[in-house]
Design a protein around this ligand. Structure first.
Ligand SMILES: [Zn+2]
Length: 939
């Protein structure tokens, strides 16, 4: 049964001898001391043919291991398939428990589910359930595909639980149903493992190539280059939806997300800020109990670890926060080796951390947490029931926010998508069938908005907080989530100290780990209010069918003259792009249009029957159904009033877009990914081009080029002067260049000059003021990174998790008395819409909530159009939600531009100050982005 092959072990031993003169390696951990083991259950090594940590396991090999163990131990193990990834790998959930529990698994699942709804389960019934059922433990592995120790550890934990008759292991099986999620991000893991196995020799030298994944590999992310451990808010990715559906199905009380690789092992308790919606004191009690038990186990092994420090519990999009907001104790465990550190890696003191030792730490910490859960089973289940009961009590009695109302008016499709998202988390949403009122309603468009009476029309979505999921609802929908005062004070003190430091002095880092604003109605760009009262509302609860019906568009019959398509959802622009790509001829009204007996705003689309083949009718009807657009048939060209009808001079023809996007070392993967995913979900194809292909003439086939967020300096280094002049020729000959965030910084560099805008506080910023003694810090953004590493932002030497890749690279604050913006961790700001430019077609509103997660503020373009801006003299604060730097952010942001259109010869350069589709979550600038593509060559 145990068939160890020694080939790889021998190779590793040779390497060990070669380096051992100077380096100390941790003692080899023995994974098989917790028997007796049932002899018929195969150890993973007997299938894999290498010892633990000597080689990296592919997804298909892992599947062989779990299948072999499951078929040898059917009394304890059952494998559930929970859905495919984008690359067609199956995600598995392995349930392991005692034979008695396995025989009634469905019954246990149903019973535990009843604890999640105190409306239907009395305290006495809950007590019965608690006495007679095990708790559910969710153990999830490798959400970051290149954190490989996690992947390998899962198989050792599975074997231990399936094979061992050790009393403590039997106690775990008796008192818990363990759910092993065998791979959260199989596609990313496969990229990493294929790369690593193909080139690695187990070299601990930090500069060895095996420790640097190439751009196209970077296994941290999913197929669409999403960070799946930021996606529980948007739930945009298939993998997230698979896992979330399984999570809601099982109602776990413990949830551990297994990662790597900081300098030493991390497990909770977490650092500040702690999201105030997490239920206290229970959250602290359990984190401390698990943390102390892990500490005792690690102390006994003489292993290093830390708690608190950098890992907080604030942003609700993580796979520790989402479980915690659903009543589990959700924790992130970060082991110290494997992944980019490979099989062996030299620490800063010359000692070696191995993949095997990192696997051992996850193995020990995971089993320890399972023991604590089993030993405290009843208390954990009771607290789980109380989580939901207390939430309902607080929602009814204590919380000011009682109800959230979301309007579908500005985008029925997007509003329905948000409702679908909420329903996936068992959140009950009512669709009002009649109008209703509130005496105390607050707008989402203002932080601490004053209360006002307000009436809401039929069709509004109503989410009352007094329901079992109250905590989650509040955490993801509330207008603003405050941070601990101690945390804010500490960071403001660092900010002030930094301002007193001269330019040669090292500045203090800030404590933010992620964005500080995410409220879903704001992120989606939908109108919403929260109310302090709950007047009766007539209507029905939203169901899958009723929401799907609201997402469907409307094809108003066959037209004889033209189809009129109002621009009233984010999917309208993509629908028009798809028609153009199919070869149909479309025009847009640049002035208010009168057609089909009605007035339509500028930006309304006109598809003339005379200019198109007969297949148009079916194509339009299909798009109405697929993308939810509204299609009106016009049977006469005569306008009842006004200057512009279907045949008017102000109805301009559109050009077929041919889209390319840069995929290369300078490009931020998640930015590329979020644009890729957005285009893909609307069915819009593009060609990915390297910079060298662009320099070699590849742009001749395209008229739209997208430059995602990235390092301005590295864009500069890749393009060079020759590449920059290629870009300029492309634009001046009629092409459209769209830049996002860091790419917009690149466009605004003096040497690049694709725009007449300049970055606030940069060397080239004329308006910065004369008392400028800190030019170096100010222009940091514009210079290539000094780091020699291949991907310095994404792969810092010891700390993939410690630096959120989304955080801006210009964090170094300035001693310049608030002339240079200090980077924001991520807040939602009030922008003003110029409703006279084509870029804002479809936005019939004056204000827009937008994400700002950098210190990149752009001066107004001197020669171009500033389509979306921040008011120079705002009457209300620009900050809508989240943290900003007092005395710095608002002062410097006022009078800058968020979206700029720089006409260049016959073409355009269009700058977005931020990522237009950050994490697939922020969607308020979808229309300007799609307009950049759709109207290329028209204006
Ligand atoms: Zn991770």
């Amino acid at each position: 049964m145990i068939t160890l092959r020694y080939v790889h072990a021998a190779a590793a031993l040779c390497l060990l001898l070669a380096f051992s003169i100077f380096s100390q390696q941790e003692q080899k951990f023995d994974f098989y001391t917790r028997g007796e083991y049932r002899p018929n259950v195969p150890r993973p090594q007997s299938i894999l043919r290498y010892d633990v940590g000597d080689f990296h396991t592919t997804y298909a090999q892992m599947e062989q291991v779990i299948n072999a163990i499951a078929s040898a131990a059917p009394d304890r193990v059952k494998i559930f398939d929970i859905g495919e990834t984008n690359e067609h790998r199956m995600q598995h959930l392995v349930a392991i428990s005692s034979p008695e529990n396995m025989a009634r698994l469905d019954e246990i699942r149903t019973n535990i589910g009843r604890l999640a709804d105190p409306r239907k389960t009395s305290p006495a019934e809950a007590q019965q359930i608690i006495q007679n059922n095990p708790s559910i433990a969710w153990m999830a592995y490798t959400i970051h595909g290149n954190e490989s120790a996690s992947f390998e550890a899962m198989m050792q934990v599975m074997y231990q639980l399936a094979a061992s008759n050790e009393p403590e292991t039997l106690n775990i099986l008796k008192n818990t149903v363990v759910l092993l999620l065998t791979g959260e991000n199989p596609d990313g893991h496969e990229r990493f493992v294929t790369f690593y196995n193909s080139i690695a020799v187990g070299d601990p030298n930090r500069n060895a190539y095996e420790h640097r994944e190439p751009w196209a590999i970077f296994g941290r992310y999913s197929h669409f280059r999403f960070d799946l451990n930021r996606d529980t808010l948007a739930q945009s990715q298939k993998e997230t939806q698979n896992m979330q559906a399984a999570f809601m199905d099982w109602h776990p009380q413990l949830s551990i997300d297994h990662h790597g690789q900081p300098s030493q092992m991390f497990f909770p308790p977490d650092s500040l800020p702690i999201n105030p919606n997490l239920p206290q004191p229970a959250f602290d009690k359990w984190n401390s109990r698990y943390g102390r038990a892990n500490a005792a186990a690690f102390d006994a092994n003489h292993w290093d670890y830390y708690v608190r420090d950098i890992y907080d519990a604030f942003y609700p999009g993580y796979w520790d926060m989402y479980p915690s907001l659903n009543g589990a104790i959700g924790m992130t465990y970060e082991t110290d080796g494997g992944g980019f550190k490979g099989i062996r890696w030299t620490r800063d003191d010359g000692t070696i951390v191995t993949l095997r030792s990192a696997i051992a730490k996850h193995y020990v910490a995971g089993l320890t947490a399972l023991s604590i859960t089993a030993q405290n089973k009843n208390e954990r289940l009771k607290d789980y029931y109380d989580f939901h009961a207390n939430a309902m009590r607080d929602a009814a009695n204590t919380w000011k926010i009682k109800r959230v109302v979301i309007s579908p008016a500005k985008d029925p499709v997007k509003a329905a998508e948000l409702v679908e998202l909420l329903r996936r988390s068992n959140i009950e949403v009512k669709i009002a069938s009649e109008g209703f009122n509130s005496k105390v309603a607050h707008s989402y468009m203002e932080k601490n908005a004053p209360a006002a009476a307000r009436s809401f029309p039929a069709g509004s979505y109503v989410i009352d907080l007094d329901q079992p999921q109250a905590v989650l609802i509040k955490a993801i929908l509330e207008q603003d989530t405050p941070q601990d005062k101690a945390f804010v004070d500490d960071n403001m003190a660092r900010f002030r100290r930094n301002q007193m430091r001269g330019s040669g002095q090292t500045k203090e880092d800030f404590g933010f780990y992620d964005i500080t604003a995410w409220s879903l109605p704001l992120a989606f760009g939908l109108d919403a209010w929260w109310t302090e009262d709950v007047s009766p509302v007539n209507g029905a609860m939203a169901t899958a069918e009723s929401v799907a019906a609201l997402k469907r568009g409307n094809y108003g019959g066959r037209a004889s003259v033209a189809y009129i398509i109002p621009y009233d959802s984010d999917s309208t622009g993509p629908a028009m792009i798809r028609l153009l790509l199919q070869g149909y001829r479309i025009a847009v009204a640049t002035k208010p249009l009168n057609a089909a007996g009605k007035n339509w705003p500028r930006g309304t689309f006109v598809i003339r029957i005379s200019r198109n083949p007969d297949t148009l009718h079916d194509a339009v009807a299909k798009l109405a159904n697929d993308l939810g657009i509204r299609v009106i048939a016009a049977n006469s060209g005569f306008p009842d009033e006004g200057d512009t009808g279907i045949g008017g001079e102000s109805v301009n023809s559109l050009r077929m877009p041919k889209i390319a996007m840069v995929a290369d070392d300078a490009v931020d993967q998640t930015s590329y990914g979020s644009i890729w995913w957005t285009l893909d979900r609307y069915g819009i194809p593009f060609t990915a081009l390297s910079v060298s292909a662009i320099r070699g003439g590849a742009l001749k086939d395209f008229n739209v080029l997208i430059l995602p967020d990235g390092s301005a300096g590295r864009y500069m280094a890749l393009f060079g002067a020759g590449g920059v002049s290629t870009l300029k020729s492309f634009a001046s000959e009629g092409g459209t260049i769209i830049t996002a965030r860091g790419a917009s910084v690149f466009a605004a560099l003096k040497d690049v000059n694709l725009t007449s805008s300049r970055l606030v506080g940069s060397d080239a910023d004329d308006e910065k003021g004369k008392a400028d003694d800190d030019k170096a810090a100010a222009s940091a953004a514009a210079k290539p990174s000094p780091s020699p590493s291949a991907t310095p932002i994404e792969q810092p030497d010891d700390l993939t998790e410690g630096v959120a890749p989304s955080l801006p690279p210009i964090a170094s604050p300035s001693a310049d008395n608030n002339k240079v913006p200090v980077a924001l961790p991520g807040s939602i700001m009030r922008a003003t819409v110029d409703r006279t430019t084509y870029l804002t077609y479809g936005l019939e509103q004056n204000e827009l909530p937008v994400l700002l997660a950098s210190g990149y503020f752009f001066r107004y373009s001197k020669e171009g159009n500033n389509a979306i801006v921040f008011d120079a003299k705002p009457r209300r604060p620009l900050t809508i939600s989240g943290f900003t730097w007092e005395g710095n952010t608002e002062k410097l942001l006022a009078g800058t531009a968020y979206v700029i259109d720089e006409p260049t010869g016959n073409g355009h350069v269009i700058l977005f100050a931020e990522e237009p589709f950050f994490r697939g979550l922020f969607r308020s600038t979808t229309r300007p982005f799609m307009n950049s593509i759709l109207f290329n060559g028209t204006f």
